[in-house]
Design a protein around this ligand. Structure first.
Ligand SMILES: *Cc1c(COP(=O)(O)O)cnc(C)c1O
Length: 379
């Protein structure tokens, strides 16, 4: 099955009871048993729920994976994954990553005994340098947030394999429309379904997709034992969103290109970060592993003053100033004070994330209107 057909049909089936074509919202906590232990695969909704089952299967199918697990948020998905590891285990992570992931790693799991190495992963030598017999996981987010560096997934997979470690990829920014990390050798894909996958800024949810049966079994145990599972209504909203994933992503990518090109020639713009440019330092890797380049763009203004960036953000009419990304509407943000405020200033600057950086999540409106808004805001 090709991608668009999968987005609409894979993992879901009409309701066996009524023929309802959309997966019903099974708003129930429990399921009647015929005799003790004699049930139809559903006992209690923390463990299993039919709406969630179909969503998990749909996400797994889109990622070309075997097992899907859904969670109440992207963070709950990462939290579940980290439960696979024990004190003394080491994890190598990209240094330019989602602020919430950095906070979970350093404020929750480091005190529990996991050791994290944050390295600039567009340089694989930096990864190899940190590999040891204690390395159990390599954590990749690509393109990175908010600097849009691109990490070579196949190269990271080769290092992980040699080290006997797992490779997990946060595929939130790209979605399987753009890249499928499992096809490139990753063991686990993580999603904040909140973003492009749900696509309508109306729910918070996360997922893991896994190939290996034994790893999936352990993750399912933690999913149920710790209980960070989503409700059926949220699963329904993501299932509905997935049906237009290919159409939305196509437009996000087209608009992203138009806006990146507009910004690049703007006299007041110093630098534009977007992996589709041939001049992007990791463009060769991007062209190899991505089918398109997405709608996430960051840029810095000439003079690199925070006040100028704030003035632009305040002037936007269409781009809404808000956290999050990946919805149908265009958003703008100031990573240093918003999404990445939980990363200490010194760490942030070291990673190249300057105080005047503006991040755009380009929506699926008419590109001309978005460009007009940029023109009036930047001046
Ligand atoms: C939003 C986001 C997360 C966290 O997901 P939530 O659904 O907000 O918990 C993780 N990684 C990336 C790249 C994100 O954008």
């Amino acid at each position: 099955m090709k991608f668009a057909t999968k987005a609409i049909h894979a993992g879901v089936h009409p309701d066996p009871e009524t023929g309802a074509i959309m997966t019903p919202i099974y708003q129930t906590s429990t399921y009647v048993q015929r005799s003790p232990g004699d049930h139809r695969g559903y006992e209690y909704s923390r463990t299993h729920n039919p709406t969630r089952t179909q969503l998990q299967n749909a996400v797994a199918a889109l990622e070309n994976g075997k097992h899907g697990l859904a969670f109440a948020s992207g963070m709950a998905a990462i939290d579940c994954l980290l439960k696979l590891f024990s004190p003394g285990d080491e994890i190598i992570s990209t240094n330019d990553l989602y602020g919430g992931s950095y906070r979970l790693f350093t404020k929750v799991y480091e005190p529990l005994g996991l050791k994290f190495h944050f390295v600039p992963m567009h340089d694989m030598a930096a990864v190899r340098e940190k590999v040891s017999s204690r390395t159990k996981l390599i954590w990749v987010e690509t393109p990175t947030n908010p600097l849009l560096n691109v990490i070579d997934i196949a190269a990271a997979a080769a290092i992980a394999k040699e080290a006997g470690a797992l490779l997990a990829v946060d595929n939130t920014f790209s979605t399987p429309y753009i890249q499928t990390p499992l096809d490139l050798g990753a063991d686990i894909v993580m999603h904040s379904l909140t973003k492009y996958m749900a696509g309508h800024s109306d729910t918070v949810m996360g997922a893991l997709v896994v190939q290996d049966d034994a790893v999936a079994e352990r993750l399912r145990f933690y999913q149920n034992a710790c209980g960070g599972t989503p409700g059926p209504q949220d699963c329904f909203l993501v299932l509905r969103g997935l049906k237009t994933l290919h159409l939305r992503m196509q437009r996000h990518c087209e608009n992203g290109r138009a806006i990146a090109e507009y910004l690049r020639q703007h006299p007041k713009v110093e630098k534009v970060f977007w992996p589709g440019f041939e001049s992007h330092p990791n463009h060769a890797v991007a062209a190899k592993q991505m089918r398109d380049f997405g709608g996430m763009i960051s840029f810095v203004l000439k003079g690199d003053r925070k006040e100028d960036a704030v003035a632009v953000l305040e002037k936007f009419q269409l781009f809404a100033l808000a956290e999050s990304l990946g919805g149908v509407e265009s958003l703008c943000g100031h990573p240093a004070t918003m999404t990445h405020a939980s990363i200490p200033a010194a760490e942030r600057l070291k990673a190249g994330l300057s105080d005047s950086l503006i991040r755009l999540s380009v929506g699926i409106e008419d590109a001309e209107d978005l460009i007009d808004d940029l023109a009036q805001a930047i001046g």
